[in-house]
Design a binder for this molecule. Structure first.
Ligand code: 4NP
Length: 153
């Protein structure tokens, strides 16, 4: 069983998309993974994903409405095998909370799954338009599909 958590800043736009897509693929392919998401900030704790995020995911066949935002915490390093972050800011903020090299080594930029060692980011759509939410969905979908096929390394 593989245990994976996706992390962004607010846990209302990008990482809930990753959690919802991975849950969807988990069901579709009977993966039996543990899947979660969190934000490095506490601004939106307890909230559902952004309504634009929910609407875009729904158009793509993924229901995010049951998800609720929470903040990333140090226990998550123990609970999860891999911690996939959306951008370099999240990466450095999560690394600051790590206590050991083993914990640090669990943290990876999500798009490095698709394009190893290129350090590309999933752009924050919060101040963007509909097309930015769709772009996020497609990027995250491709990365999660690759995870589902190859497993986490
Ligand atoms: P997320 O997007 O990190 O993908 O959830 C954001 C959500 C909220 C804010 C920033 C980014 N905010 O500043 O409230």
């Amino acid at each position: 069983m593989q245990k994976v958590i996706f992390v962004c800043l607010g846990n209302i736009c990008r990482s809930p998309v990753a959690e919802g897509i991975m849950l969807h693929l988990n069901d579709k392919h009977n993966l039996n993974w543990t899947i979660d998401s969190a934000g490095t900030a506490n601004y939106h704790v307890g909230e559902a994903p952004d309504r634009r995020t929910i609407a875009n995911a729904r158009r793509n066949g993924v229901d995010l409405s049951p998800l609720r935002a929470r903040q990333f915490r140090t226990e998550d390093f123990k609970k999860f095998d891999r911690i996939f972050v959306m951008d370099k800011n999240n990466h450095s903020n999560v690394l600051k909370l790590a206590n050991t090299l083993e914990e640090k080594n669990k943290v990876e930029l999500l798009l490095n799954v698709l394009h190893p060692e290129t350090d590309m980011e999933v752009p924050d759509p919060y101040y963007g338009g509909e097309e930015d939410f769709e772009h996020v969905f497609q990027l995250v979908w491709s990365a999660c599909e690759k995870l589902a096929i190859n497993g986490i390394r």
